[in-house]
Design a protein around this ligand. Structure first.
Ligand code: UDP
Length: 311
């Protein structure tokens, strides 16, 4: 099979490439514009005969012969996607348009990496796929949230109009190796701050919650979804329902690293969702999937990874 992985040098994309190349009968085309993706994430794959890297921005069309498309291209960390909000929106909306055209032309299956951000500052807890969300259309997170919502719409419209084979997953907070230590996400920040003996920066009072999935579990769910029967379109939530307040996460990281760093409190970014936990009944029913790695174990692995980058 010829598999296109957009955003293939990013955190999730490179973890997925690493898993997919193990099947030597498949050829992986890893596409990335390197805006937030990093060559060091894929350096070990570059010499493999079934791996090709293409530097390209999906905002522009591309012509390739492929059977499956994983569309992960888009900066996902709030500071990264807010740096150039216009380009973030283009990446989600023009990007998916180009990828859907490619899928349609090749009769390929396209799996869209959507996000828990489509639920916005959710008024329903936990969030299941039937919840329509509570999203500010004009705020600083909107370029990402509304871009991803519009991308979902286009996927389903292509399916309804042209019968394009689509699948949509909504990814909740994920952590693990290959996330840039400077990404700005909460776990990468806390672990790196604690390892350097710096204060852990909690935004707001730290009572807001997130649920954290270890990357290997997520990759397993994504591959199951791609290879599920064609009538399974989604959206399907993928995430680990283990929920923490951000302050609890800071304490957890400190205790696992045995760090004496203090915890400092900073301004809460605008429109920061108050609580987030996936209802994963649909993934469990349709894909037989649920996370296997407890957050504590995932944290051990990611601590080792970031320690390794420091030496
Ligand atoms: N956060 C924090 N300190 C940091 C980075 C993030 O307190 O150094 C908070 C952030 O305000 C949010 C939560 O942690 O409430 C998760 O943030 P992240 O950027 O990881 O993901 P997202 O907001 O997209 O869920």
């Amino acid at each position: 099979m010829r598999i296109l992985m957009t955003g293939g040098a990013g955190f999730l994309g490179s973890n997925l490439c690493e898993r997919l190349v193990r099947n030597e009968n498949d050829h992986i085309y890893c596409l990335d514009n390197l805006q937030t993706g990093r060559m060091e994430n894929i350096v070990e794959l570059m010499d493999l005969p079934n791996f090709t890297f293409i530097q390209h921005d999906i905002v522009e069309p591309i012509d390739l012969e492929v059977d499956q498309i994983y569309n992960a291209a888009c900066p996902a960390s709030p500071p990264a996607y807010q740096e150039d909000p216009v380009h973030t929106w283009k990446t989600s909306v023009l990007g998916i348009l180009n990828m859907l055209e490619l899928a349609r032309k090749n009769d390929a299956t396209l799996l869209q990496f959507s996000t828990s951000e489509v639920y916005g500052d959710a008024l329903q807890h936990p969030q299941n796929e039937d919840y329509w969300g509570n999203v500010n259309p004009d705020g600083i997170r909107s370029c990402y949230d509304e871009g991803k919502r519009a991308a979902e719409t286009l996927c389903f419209d292509y399916h309804r109009m042209y019968g394009t084979k689509i699948k949509v997953i909504r990814i909740f907070n994920t952590f693990g190796p290959k996330m840039n230590p400077a990404d700005g996400r909460v776990i990468s920040n806390f672990v790196n701050q604690a390892l350097r003996g710096e204060p852990l920066t909690v935004y707001g009072d730290g009572k807001q919650t997130r649920s954290f999935c270890y990357v290997d579990d997520l990759i397993d769910g994504i591959i199951r979804m791609m290879n599920s029967s064609p009538e399974i379109l989604g959206p399907v939530n993928l995430g680990n329902p283990e929920e923490f307040t951000i302050l609890e996460m800071a304490e957890q990281v400190k205790s696992q690293i045995k760090s004496k760093s203090e915890i400092t409190f900073h301004l809460l970014p605008k429109d920061d969702p108050k609580q987030r936990r996936p209802d994963i009944s649909r993934a469990s029913e349709l894909l037989g999937w649920k996370p296997q790695v407890p957050v504590r174990v995932g944290l051990e692995r990611v601590i080792e990874y970031y320690k390794g980058l420091m030496t």
